[in-house]
Design a binder for this molecule. Structure first.
Ligand code: ADP
Ligand code: XUL
Length: 540
């Protein structure tokens, strides 16, 4: 049987998806929730935050312990781990792990009778890892951007403006504020390459997909960029792993996992990538014309990109795609956790939340929210604050519909640079289980939204990637599109259709929403009169 395993280390959980490609079936999806199952790390939604929410870290040892728990559970479930042909993985993007010079030797000499977490206690030069939700590096972003020649030049070199959550600015902050620890650091990994190193038993390369989210990789040559390295921190090139294609095989699984959990010593490992590049494959985006929205802890909107083009405003990003091409992406911090804040403020269940969405009118009587519960990436907002126009924080129904409409209006507004008028949107991530949320997306984008049976598209994508590289390694030719389509059965998946009657309403609301952003964030004119006209037109 052709079994393949994909693992995803996301913000809130570690998930495995085991597939059998001989029968196109999922054998198991299994998740470890960090807060619930590893409470001794004291995380909230998998993170610790300080400094008014600006500094957000997680614990790399927690990810290691979760990996052990996951494998233990798979053994207890009697899954055929010894028959798995290949494994790959996915990590929340941008987060960095700082390691000393004992990391390699420790991995090389792991004792399979002892736990991983005990043996890896002393390999870190920094106990915690800054993750993608951190927005404490505004100063470092400015410094690096200046050294790279300004906004356009930074985007043209790295594919993105310097972004507070990206690894380069985070590394620079560590170098500036913890100089001695920076000097003691021999290797800096991403979440993806850190966990892939553990499976491999030595330091793993970083793939072009996740490497592009660092402000350190040259997006054209796909090599570390000397100018960007110099702009970030001294001798950084010596501390970074090498960069490789997202489909490259990195070796065989380390004997530790063979002895402790019963994997076959012949299991091959494919380099891990970021969660968004993995999700691109996990929902089957291997060609132009479709886009995906991932409604996880972060909300992301992404698309496959054949020919390189950039968002010169600096809000969007270009990453490497698992196929070797590119992908475009915009990312929101005010995703699931912001929706959850509204839900919890009114003591609702998700069922109540959905019922309200179903029973409130499209256009929400002209109630408009700018939902910056947390600092935001798109548009850039450093001080969290929620703005409400035409209602207040006590209005239950108003708040529920307003946050969802705001999220998709913002996505429609800020994804224009991608230039892809979506024929269809593929939805994934935890909140894609919520049909009423997806109905709002379909209405605002005026596009069909397709839902998949497996919301864990990052782990599934990693399993697909491991299968593709395995078949390549034994010279069995399988096209990406065939491999993915035969498994996902896209035509048979559920579709949510846009409501025709609200097309003009959301076109009008989009313009007003954009003007409210300009009013609050750029000091432009207050569009209240336009909002009142909208109310009159649709709700009088
Ligand atoms: P990540 O991979 O970033 O850790 P997931 O894709 O697993 O996140 O999504 C987790 C989020 O999904 C949770 O924060 C939760 O609030 C949200 N979620 C789960 N079920 C629902 C639902 N029915 N409606 C809306 N959101 C939901
Ligand atoms: C993408 C981003 C997030 C993380 C966590 O740029 O920051 O989507 O990958 O999921």
């Amino acid at each position: 049987m052709d079994y393949f395993l994909g693992i995803d280390c996301s913000t809130q959980s570690l998930t495995a998806v085991l597939i059998n490609l001989s029968k196109n079936e999922i054998i198991i999806r299994y998740s470890i929730n960090f807060d619930k199952e590893l409470p001794h790390y004291n995380t909230q939604n998998g993170t610790f935050s300080s400094n008014g929410g600006k500094v957000v870290h997680s614990n790399p040892l927690m990810w290691v312990e979760a990996l052990e728990l996951l494998f233990k559970a798979l053994v207890q479930l009697n899954l055929p781990l010894n028959e798995i042909k290949a494994i790959s993985g996915s990590g929340q993007q941008h987060g960095t792990v700082y390691l000393n010079n004992s990391f390699e030797t420790t991995l090389n000499n792991l004792d399979s009778k002892k736990s991983l977490v005990n043996q890896l206690q002393k390999v870190f030069t920094r106990e915690t890892s800054p993750i993608w939700m951190d927005s404490s590096t505004t100063k470092q972003c400015e410094e690096i951007r200046l050294k790279l020649g300004g906004l356009e030049s930074t985007i043209s070199i790295t594919g993105s403006n310097t972004s507070e959550r990206f690894s380069g600015p985070q590394i620079r902050k560590f170098y500036e504020q913890n100089y001695d620890d920076y000097i003691q650091t021999s290797t800096i990994h991403l979440v993806s390459s850190f966990l892939s190193s553990i499976l491999l038993g030595k330091s793993s390369p970083i793939d072009h997909g996740d490497g592009a989210g660092m402000n350190l990789m040259n997006i054209r040559t796909k090599q570390w960029d000397d100018k960007a390295l110099d702009a970030t921190a001294p001798n950084l090139g010596q501390k970074l792993p090498s960069l490789i294609n997202s489909y490259d095989v990195i070796g065989k699984i380390s004997p530790y996992f063979v002895e402790r959990f019963g994997f076959s010593p012949e299991t091959i490992l494919i380099v891990w990538s970021g969660d968004n590049p993995n999700s691109l494959i996990g929902v089957g985006l291997t060609e132009k014309g479709k886009v995906a929205i991932s409604l996880g802890t972060s909300d992301t909107y992404f698309s496959y990109m054949k020919n390189l083009h950039f968002d010169l405003k600096g809000e969007g990003h270009v990453f490497g795609a698992p196929t070797g091409d590119y992908m475009s992406l915009i990312c929101y911090k005010n995703g699931s956790l912001a929706r959850k804040k509204v839900k919890d403020n009114f003591n609702l269940t998700w069922k109540d939340f959905s019922a309200i969405l179903k029973n409130t009118p499209r256009g929400n009587y002209g109630k408009i929210m700018l939902p910056y519960f947390f600092p935001e990436i798109v548009p850039f907002v450093s001080q969290p604050k929620v703005y409400r126009f035409g209602f207040d924080e006590k209005d239950l129904e108003g708040n529920v519909r307003a946050i969802i409409e705001a999220q998709f209006l913002s996505m429609r507004l800020h994804s224009k640079w991608i230039g892809e008028k979506p024929e269809e949107i593929y939805a994934t991530g935890g909140a894609s289980a919520n049909r009423e949320i997806l109905q709002v997306a379909a209405d605002i984008f005026k596009t069909k939204v397709r839902i998949f049976d497996v919301p864990d598209s990052a782990a599934l994508g990693a399993a697909f990637r491991s299968a593709k590289s395995y078949y390549d390694s034994i010279n069995v030719k399988k096209e990406w599109s065939d491999l993915v389509k035969q498994f996902l059965y896209i035509e048979g998946s559920e579709v949510i259709r846009p409501t025709k009657a609200c097309r003009q309403l959301y076109d009008d609301m989009l313009k007003i929403y954009g003007k409210y952003e300009d009013f609050i964030l750029k000091g432009a004119e207050n569009p209240e009169t336009l909002r009142l006209e909208f109310v009159k037109k649709y709700f009088d």
